[in-house]
Design a protein around this ligand. Structure first.
Ligand code: ZN
Length: 130
């Protein structure tokens, strides 16, 4: 399990190293690594962690589901946009494990996306041999 203390309302945190550490601790040579966020206003994506692209991602999400757009859920806690943005991205990723390591492409990173921070967040990492 990975704990993340996010610092902004919306931000992207590169958790690749923490996921790799968790895989190494399991000692699985060949398998599948599941990275799963336990929240409804966060997401897990595999993509490039370049700063401009990260800003583009958050900007595009904000334009697709902008805050305060008359959502029904905003009657409860005013974060419907964050739930919707999270639903667009998804809350988990499955990554192949080969030779005991994440089989990521050259530019691929495991990115945790905070959409309603700052908060303490928890991400589960499970490794299944196969
Ligand atoms: Zn809510």
């Amino acid at each position: 399990m990975i704990e993340i203390d996010t610092e902004k309302r919306a931000e992207v945190v590169d958790i690749t190293r923490q996921v790799e550490d968790a895989v190494r601790e399991r000692g699985v040579d060949e398998g599948i690594c599941l990275v799963y966020s336990r929240h409804t206003t966060t997401a897990i994506v595999i993509n490039e962690g370049e700063g401009g692209l990260v800003a583009d991602l958050l900007g595009k999400l904000s334009s697709l589901a902008p805050p305060g757009d008359g959502y029904l859920h905003d009657r409860l806690d005013e974060n419907a946009h964050a739930h919707l943005q999270a639903a667009l991205l998804g809350n988990s990723q499955a990554i192949p494990v080969e030779d005991g390591r994440l089989a990521l492409g050259t530019w691929q990173r495991v990115l945790f996306v905070e959409l309603d921070g700052p908060r303490r967040r928890t991400v589960s990492v499970k490794v299944v041999p196969c």
